[in-house]
Design a protein around this ligand. Structure first.
Ligand code: FCA
Length: 354
């Protein structure tokens, strides 16, 4: 099988330290032991006092989005003088072990984007028995009743609004190109078991139909896993079912979803002329925009990884050190980027330096 998983690099300077940290972290997590989690006393800083330790657990450390969250969380740690322990946890067992190990290593709190939101009650219990303060980022924990756990502070995106902006941008580009719904169709890569993903793709479909795109020309391709291969496989099934569609609008929960679709369409000879893909994250698509020849990856909504990484880590640190609890529900927005403006916007947002 072709390897379509990618580690996209925003700038060498920006990403190399992250990759190095990730390598250590992933190696440690494989053994069930998070980085820096031995139960030895916390190292003393220059003044002789032990630094506070805060964990940052993410579900998909290979995704550029999460690498950026970590990078900004590291900046919060450097600025405030705490130690950040980065942990990649791809399943429930690793997640719960990571929480226990964080406590054993002397951590006082953590930020988490869980691999499975239904682990909510188990995560709350693990944090409680270890006396750790924590908040969720990106993906909101779900309780036993199937509803978000409102007692856990959360920072996530305004998923429906952002999805709607994707749908509107797709409809605008469709009109600009003069594509008629009889020749074009929309491929919506879905991952509906995750609320934030469903809200994004529902929002996109609502905006597409509101702009006059016929609902019966919108086709869902359900991802089994929320990564590039998961989307690639799902979209290949759809393309096999719809061989007559030669012009595609594409959206999904994030850049990886659109990337998998674009790669699958390329496999059938569909390219930038016939595919308009618009992602969400604005981080994992940079490699596409940097290619000299345009691909079907047309645009993306750039989210705010700095807010998601820096602010959450700092909020938990303040909670631990000053007793100031984070706001219960914070929602962030995004900016549409494409090949024409991405360098400027990434720089303005502090994501790239040059
Ligand atoms: C989810 C997705 C990520 C990112 C984040 C804000 O966790 O998996 O790619 O979009 O929400």
């Amino acid at each position: 099988m072709i390897n379509i998983r990618s580690n996209h690099v925003l700038s060498r300077r920006a990403v190399f330290p992250v990759l190095a940290a990730m390598t250590v972290c992933i190696a440690a997590c494989e053994k069930g032991t998070p980085t820096n989690s031995s139960p030895t006393p916390a190292p003393a800083d220059a003044s002789g006092s032990a630094k506070v330790k805060i964990g940052f657990i993410v579900k998909q450390p290979e995704e550029p989005w999460f690498q950026l969250e970590w990078r900004f969380a590291d900046e919060a740690a450097a600025k405030n003088g705490f130690d950040l322990i980065k942990i990649g946890a791809a399943d429930g067992e690793k997640t719960l072990a990571a929480i226990d190990n964080l406590a054993a290593g002397g951590a006082k709190g953590f930020v988490i984007c869980t691999p499975d939101v239904r682990l909510g009650p188990a995560i709350v219990a693990a944090a409680g028995r270890n006396n750790l303060k924590f908040m969720s980022v990106d993906d909101q924990l779900i309780g036993a009743d199937g509803k978000p756990i409102a007692q856990v502070a959360h920072l996530g995106i305004s998923a429906r609004t952002i999805g709607e902006s994707v749908g509107k941008a797709l409809a605008d580009e469709c009109k600009k190109r003069g594509w008629t719904p009889s020749e074009a169709a929309a491929c919506v890569v879905t991952f509906e078991e995750l609320d934030t993903a469903k809200e994004r793709t529902d929002g996109a479909m609502t905006a597409l139909t509101a702009a006059g795109f016929p609902a019966d020309r919108i086709f869902k391709a359900a991802q089994k896993t929320s990564d590039v291969p998961g989307s690639f496989d799902a979209v290949n099934v759809l393309l096999t079912q719809k061989p007559d569609v030669k012009k595609w609008l594409v959206c999904g929960m994030n850049d990886s979803a659109v990337m998998g679709a674009v790669r699958a369409m390329e496999g059938r000879g569909l390219n930038a002329e016939s595919v308009v893909g618009i992602g969400i994250n604005g981080t994992d698509c940079i490699v596409e925009f940097e290619k000299p020849t345009p691909t079907g990856f047309f645009a993306s909504v750039l989210l705010t990884p700095k807010r998601h990484g820096y602010e959450t880590a700092e909020m938990v640190y303040r909670w631990v050190t000053e007793g100031k609890a984070p706001p219960m529900d914070t929602r962030t927005s995004g900016i549409l980027i494409d090949r024409t403006n991405f360098r400027r916007v990434l720089k303005e947002q502090g994501i790239t330096k040059e």
